[in-house]
Design a protein around this ligand. Structure first.
Ligand code: BG6
Length: 487
């Protein structure tokens, strides 16, 4: 679908997300000649400096975040030509007038307001844009997470934004949905008849979703300490992955068909009761340790003050519907874990009966491993005969596809895809209001129980797989976390 001419207004244009993700994504779109001629980028932030100064800042950011052999000066020059910087303080009418002037002539174009700011500003920015008369019929607003820090604040933000924009104009980003590998999950499930037939409780013993990071809180401690892993990762990215695995086949890729199905999954999640939230949901906080051979400080040292914020969560979720009743979904995510990996493991039931002698060795259950990052691909663990004349011995043999080898193309960053989807008006990969609120509704009792509990998060050594309680969580059910070394 062709990309129409657009005007993109980025609020928070001097922030980390703009530097690291948005402007580099636009650079790549420019390089791939996907920016329709005449499209404009209006960068907005509070700092008072000139367009030239802003462009210099962005050039540095692009040089840092685009690999050196892909950075071309002529491409950047084309991008820079589209950029105007407008300093704006939301409470100053004169600044809104300046923004309006920068947008003049674009009234019939797709107009995107990208709010790469703190969520406290979502309401004031939307109100300001409405009052300044710059919200046109073809306007869309893009909201970055976090959409609130609990249900009440999410509802408030949604109300504030909804007072100015229709729901169909609101694009809530979960950048995991923009990842090629996450979309591939849809292809895997719904473009292959092989899997759908066995995609249920009758065939699947359990599902594991792991999003492990090696990084700590870096320079985001102020945000992170108010958030923690449950809000930062589980409420959005992990639950979205769970939805894509568990949802019923939508009737089409149309935005509402897909989002209706995800919403049903969120609404089927078994509510976690108070006692369980404290006893069964594992929350951890890293202490000093070593990750990839480098010693790293503990969370509290990085922070410089006491804190009960969790940097690790492991939990068992249950989807209470006909397809999944009795098949748990184990979720875990954390910072300062031994390796950066995001994967979904679908573990099938064991064979009902073994015809092989005990000397053949154990028969492992089949496993489908959907590796989302770093090198995404799919592995299917099958049992095979160990070659040789010595009789029947069984062993695990993986069928292994790595998409980078299979397709040999550059994988666009999630933001490249998502930005262009907003321009085209395709909301399939964005979260609808009811989805965000349903996710918070499920998270809320956990937050509340933790708030009321005296128990601090369990410590874990940086570079380990989290507190030992996370291992106990799954072993209690007679299962184990999957680790690559199992092959
Ligand atoms: C963000 C979180 O949404 O996702 C970060 O706020 C986290 O804390 C990041 O590091 C992980 O994203 P990715 O794409 O690196 O897996």
């Amino acid at each position: 679908i062709p990309v129409p001419v657009f005007d993109l207004v980025v609020f928070g244009a001097t922030g980390d997300l703009s530097h690291r993700k948005l402007l580099p994504a636009l650079y790549w779109r420019e390089r791939d000649q996907q920016m329709p001629s005449g499209s404009r980028i209006i960068a907005v932030a509070r700092t008072r400096f000139s367009t030239a100064e802003y462009i210099a800042q962005i050039e540095a950011a692009c040089r840092e975040h685009v690999p050196a052999d892909s950075f071309q000066e002529d491409v950047f020059a084309r991008l820079a030509e589209r950029i105007t910087y407008v300093p704006l303080d939301v409470s100053r009418d004169a600044d809104w007038s300046a923004l309006k002037a920068a947008l003049a002539g674009g009234e019939d174009r797709a107009r995107l307001f990208y709010l790469a700011t703190s969520p406290d500003l979502f309401g004031p920015i939307c109100r300001g844009a409405g009052a300044a008369g710059i919200v046109t019929e073809k306007s869309r607003v893009v909201l970055e997470k976090p959409i609130g820090r609990d249900l009440a604040s999410a509802i408030r933000i949604n109300d504030e934004v909804g007072a100015v924009f229709e729901e169909s104009q609101i694009y809530r980003i979960d950048h995991y949905l923009g990842k090629e590998s996450v979309q591939n999950l849809l292809a895997l499930r719904f473009a292959n008849s092989l899997f759908e037939a066995v995609w249920d409780r009758a065939h699947i013993d359990h599902v594991q979703i792991t999003v492990a990071e090696t990084v700590g809180v870096e320079d985001r401690a102020a945000y992170y300490d108010r958030s923690g892993a449950l809000r930062d990762m589980v409420q959005n990215h992990l639950l979205q992955l769970l939805c894509l695995v568990a949802m019923e086949p939508p009737t089409s890729m149309d935005a509402d068909s897909v989002r209706d199905e995800k919403l049903k999954v969120l609404r089927s999640l078994r509510v976690i009761r108070d006692g369980e939230a404290v006893q069964k949901i594992v929350r951890g906080q890293y202490r000093a340790g070593a990750v990839a051979g480098r010693t790293v400080p503990g969370y509290l040292e990085e922070l410089g003050h006491p804190s009960r914020t969790e940097t690790f969560v492991a939990l068992k979720a249950e989807v209470e519907n006909w397809r999944w009743a009795g098949t748990p979904f184990y979720l875990r995510t954390g910072k300062r874990l031994p390796t950066r990996v995001s994967e979904i493991v679908i573990q099938f039931h064991k064979v009902p009966h073994s015809i092989f002698p005990r000397t053949a060795g154990p028969i492992e259950p089949n496993r489908l491993i959907i590796r989302l990052q770093p090198d995404d691909g799919i592995q299917l663990a099958l049992m095979a005969k160990d070659p040789g004349p010595g009789g029947m011995r069984l062993r695990l043999a993986p069928l292994d596809i790595r998409f980078a080898d299979a397709f040999k193309v550059r994988y666009p960053d999630a933001y490249e895809r998502l930005l262009m989807d907003v321009v085209r008006g395709n909301a399939t990969l964005f979260m609808r209001r009811d989805e965000v609120e349903a996710a918070w509704r499920w998270i809320e009792p956990i937050l509340e129980a933790w708030r009321q509990s005296d128990e601090p998060p369990k410590p874990y050594i940086a570079g380990s797989w989290g507190p030992t309680a996370a291992i106990a969580l799954i072993e209690r059910d007679g299962r184990t976390w999957f680790e690559d070394s199992q092959y």
